[in-house]
Design a protein around this ligand. Structure first.
Ligand SMILES: [Fe+2]
Ligand SMILES: [Fe+2]
Length: 457
């Protein structure tokens, strides 16, 4: 046992060390990963997972401490510690690719002490499915941390679902259902925490984050609409899987920047029907969710695709996905498009209201996100610049703001949360009011998650 355990860890260490010395495709990087996968296999004969932890400076695999440290093992342990990973769990079914990406993650991550949900989200984006990371000491979590975990988990589910479809397998509908229920719970508990995550955009894996964002936004709209729970979950699941049909298209077509040719657009137009077919094979999918996926590009004025017959009756929830889809696409930077601020996105959407988008829903989105949605950069009457970190009472209350730049435009060492209701002692009037939004491009980039974590953490 000891030998086998040491073998697994030695391979991980060797691959990590060699990654720093050779290109990723070099046999000295790749071979130890393959060897690690082989060394792991016998363990899974009688267990479904294997835990690797660092406790008191000792590397422990399945309870077996490894005392004979080689230089590569020391490096491996140091990287785990620096990134902030107390425990790694290998699941049965772990692939060479999973291990390879995990080693790459350890190699490329330069930040120290990342929060576990962030690590989870990154690994999910890279498609690591059978290596789990956990904190050994689960402390009380704040809403933001909780929301990040829930978001990360949903991201995992989407990655897995899309991967399954690409490999000709039918995704597990129960997983999507579970992930959406968690998100729906969090939207009810702290909508701002969940919505804030939709603004933390990731540019390399657009489809995954986009799917989760559309689900979160649809859930927020569904809640404002007062839909009963089953319908809310249905809308959320449809949001999560609305673009699943894109798995049937060529990858370079989905990723193609800029305008598409007529033929290419004809290809893209197939994805709602493909999605409808895929959902038909999955368990835990209501018939109405399938229709919503089929109809998400039909448009309010019925000019979209697939073009509906005159007598065809659309499911009204399809328009919820359509507004969420539009909002997320507009606020995301793509290779051919700069990201709009939430305000700019809403302005564009107001122009589309009554045409491609349902006007009532556009209004509702504005109402559910608030005049200044979370993440909006605003100028205050003091000439300070801040970021909206909360919109109490579903957007009706005074927004919460964290100041990031002082009146001279200098960035504060740490974001400072301020209360807009706080009165000026001499005049009795509010000390700070919001003058309006500012263009984030006029300022040095601000890490939205950093601001929110500092204020909420
Ligand atoms: Fe779509
Ligand atoms: Fe979409």
């Amino acid at each position: 046992m000891e030998n086998a355990v040491a073998g697994v860890v030695r391979c991980l260490g060797a691959s990590l060390k060699n990654r720093g010395l050779y290109p990723a495709t070099h046999p000295l990087v790749r071979t130890p990963v393959e060897k690690c996968r082989m060394e792991l296999a016998p363990f899974f004969a009688d267990r479904s997972e294997l835990a690797l932890t660092v406790s008191d400076g000792t590397l422990v695999l399945e309870g077996v401490p490894i005392f004979q440290l080689t230089s590569s093992l020391e490096l491996f342990m140091a990287r785990l510690g620096a990134v902030g990973l107390p425990a790694v769990i290998f699941e049965r079914g772990v692939s060479v690719e999973d291990i390879e990406m995990f080693v790459r993650f350890l190699h490329e991550t330069k930040e120290q002490g990342l929060p576990i949900p962030e690590i989870k989200a990154r690994l999910a984006r890279w498609g690591v499915t059978h290596i789990r990371v956990t904190a050994t000491d689960e402390e009380e979590k704040d809403d933001f941390t909780l929301a990040r975990e829930i978001y990360g988990n949903a991201l995992n589910v989407v990655v897995r679902a899309l991967k399954d479809v690409r490999n000709g397998k039918t995704p597990d509908g129960a997983e999507s259902d579970r992930a959406v229920r968690e998100m729906s719970g969090m939207v009810s508990r702290n909508r701002d925490a969940m919505l804030a995550l939709t603004l933390i955009k990731n540019f390399d894996e657009y489809t995954y984050n986009h799917s989760v964002n559309v689900s979160v936004l649809s859930l927020a709209v569904a809640e404002t609409l007062g839909l009963p729970e089953t319908e809310r979950i249905g809308v959320g699941v449809a949001g999560l899987l609305h673009d699943v049909g894109k798995t049937q298209l060529a990858l370079d077509l989905i990723r193609k920047p800029g305008t598409l040719t007529v033929e290419e657009f004809e290809e893209i137009k197939k994805h709602p029907v493909e999605g409808f077919n895929i959902l038909g094979k999955m368990t835990h999918i209501q018939e109405s969710m399938r229709s919503v996926v089929l109809e998400h590009h039909m448009r309010f004025d019925r000019t979209g695709y697939p073009r509906p017959e005159p007598e065809y009756r659309m499911n009204p929830h399809s328009q919820v996905i359509a507004v969420a889809d539009c909002y997320d696409a507009l606020t995301t930077m793509r290779s051919y498009q700069k990201a709009r601020t939430p305000q700019q996105a809403l302005e564009i959407m107001r122009k589309l209201a009554g045409k491609s988008l349902d006007p009532d829903l556009v209004e509702l989105v504005e109402r559910s996100l608030g005049v200044y949605p979370v993440g909006t950069m605003v100028r205050l009457s003091t000439m300070e610049v801040g970021v909206v970190t909360g919109t109490p009472d579903g957007g009706k209350g005074e927004p919460k703001v964290a100041i990031v730049f002082d009146r001279s435009g200098n960035q504060l060492a740490a974001p400072q949360g301020v209360d807009l209701k706080e009165a000026d002692t001499s005049s009795g009037k509010p000390r700070r009011t919001i003058l309006g939004t500012v263009n984030p491009l006029m300022h040095p980039p601000v890490s939205m998650s950093g601001v929110l974590q500092a204020v909420w953490g």
